[in-house]
Design a protein around this ligand. Sequence first.
Ligand SMILES: *Cc1c(COP(=O)(O)O)cnc(C)c1O
Length: 232
Amino acid sequence: MLKENYLDVDANVAAACKRAGRDRSEVTLIAVSKTKPLSDIEEILDTTDCVHFGENKVQELVDKFENVSRPVHWHMIGHLQTNKVKYIVDKVDMIHSVDSLKLAETIEKEAAKRDVVANILIEVNVAEEESKFGITCDMAEGIIREVSKLPHVHICGLMTIAPFVDDAQENRIHFKRLRELFLDIKSKNIDNVDMTALSMGMTGDYAVAIEEGATMVRVGTGIFGARNYNIT
Ligand SMILES: *Cc1c(COP(=O)(O)O)cnc(C)c1O
């Protein structure tokens, strides 16, 4: 039952906040519904207080956006191609996966056309894995300073996808590093940049991420069960 799964995760989030001496309200639990049918989202909406959903494919996000029975907060968490920005820029609360100046400039152009300001996070490949998108920690300040000049793009913080590991504790060092970068950039008080959102932690490691300061965790499998990529 999705309701039980969600409530379990929610309780784990609360417990991690407590261990870290943080208030539960500091952490947003995003239910990552990618590959799952709209009926699963509806079931969560009917049975829990969850209103934040994450998707990683533009077409799927747009389909669900158009068909969901009530308004929810959508988060684009997957790699975004510049030619697809136009389909989601006015539909999502936040784009978590901005990994280049070029992508930010495209978001600026499309947001300006629709007279909206797009909330974004800069995706950092903190563990420097070959297979992952995201900029390096060293590049972050430079890119953030450039993106901060775009009037229709608002940087709200940083995001990372930590390595896939058996023991979540192994990722603690990466979460710590991202938080340090987050605080370092925050301390520079760059105009049009807010460092308030730290999106890190997935099913395997969200508790550790919360202990290390995450303000948004993105949980898919833990809520919806395993994904089958063959029947999307
Ligand atoms: C799929 C996905 C998640 C959720 O992963 P789970 O391990 O199923 O919780 C979180 N973040 C991103 C960027 C994803 O693509």
